[in-house]
Design a protein around this ligand. Structure first.
Ligand code: FES
Length: 294
């Protein structure tokens, strides 16, 4: 018998958001649908979003799931978390937040929270016309677990976001390793690799806070380029866009927004602020980012 929290049981016995949303011809509103999992593997989730087109806000959401108590409760939690958010805000909802909303899930059921997050991403990618494969395969698309079709990128992400330390935990979150077991050694290697990355990032951050010595111009340009290349561009590229460093004048950073990022004025403003916030956090709190036209 699983040890479910009261919140999980409450949402399972009284789901409010199960069902379907369909196009009704309402002006300025579009329905987006995302689907993950497979009935053969025992879990499947289809998520429907009602999106206001002029501001990308999620007006409503519904789900259909073939799954257990925690799959239904996780889907309910997801819908409650994303209603009223913009699509960009919703993309930041992690599986950890879904589990926290539920007051926790049994370890062996954490994959239900991951499934909710993935269905959300699938719906948003469908809405934006971005092929999901280009996201799933992004920069690290190597297939690690052939039994469950789980890529390196997905395993790295779940390790990083949930601070996983053992292959068994990865199996609980994304099922990888739960079949023939031949991928378990590779999963162990990925855990080591991600933990090393996290430790180096923490060390770099601590050194940055301890050091009062300002960066010289060359160091500053190098750090800005590194943050753009490693932390900003992968996210934009996954969303069909990109950014290029154009010029630096003191704390004024000029960038060229490309692809989907440069195609409309509102997304340019959003991205400018997203890039600016990241550079302020990682380089200098005085940085101002300007998007320039090519
Ligand atoms: S390849 Fe991962 S469990 Fe079989």
């Amino acid at each position: 018998m699983w040890d479910y929290t009261d919140k999980v049981l409450e949402l399972f016995y009284n789901p409010k958001n199960q069902g379907v949303l369909e196009e009704t011809g309402e002006e300025g509103v579009r329905i987006a649908t995302g689907e993950v999992g497979s009935i053969a593997c025992g879990d499947a989730l289809r998520l429907h979003l009602k999106v206001k087109e002029d501001n990308d806000r999620i007006l409503d959401a519904r789900f259909q799931t073939f799954g257990c108590t925690s799959a239904i409760a996780s889907s309910e939690a997801l819908v409650e978390l994303i209603k009223g958010l913009t699509l960009d805000e919703a993309l930041k909802v992690s599986n950890k937040e879904i589990a926290e909303y539920l007051g926790g899930l049994p370890e062996a059921k954490m994959h239900c929270s991951v499934m909710g997050q993935e269905a959300l991403e699938a719906a948003i990618y469908n809405y934006r016309g971005i092929p999901l494969a280009s996201h799933e395969d992004d920069d690290e698309g190597t297939l690690i677990c052939t039994c469950f079709g789980i890529s390196e990128a997905k395993i790295r992400r779940v390790i990083r976001e949930n601070n996983l330390l053992a292959a068994e935990e990865v199996t609980n979150y994304v099922k990888a390793g739960g079949g023939c077991g031949s991928c378990l050694a590779k999963i162990d290697d990925l855990i080591t690799s991600v933990q090393q990355e996290v430790a180096s990032a923490a060390k770099a951050s601590t050194n940055g806070h301890q050091s009062q010595k300002p960066l010289n111009p060359v160091q500053k340009i190098a750090l800005i380029q590194k943050v753009l290349d490693e932390e900003v561009r992968p996210v934009l590229i996954a969303d069909g866009g990109d950014v290029e460093l154009y010029d630096i004048e003191g704390d004024r950073i000029k960038v060229l927004l490309q692809g989907a990022c440069g195609s409309c004025s509102s997304s340019m403003a959003t991205l400018k602020h997203a890039i600016e916030a990241r550079l302020r956090d990682r380089v200098s709190k005085d940085i101002v980012v300007e998007a320039v036209s090519p």
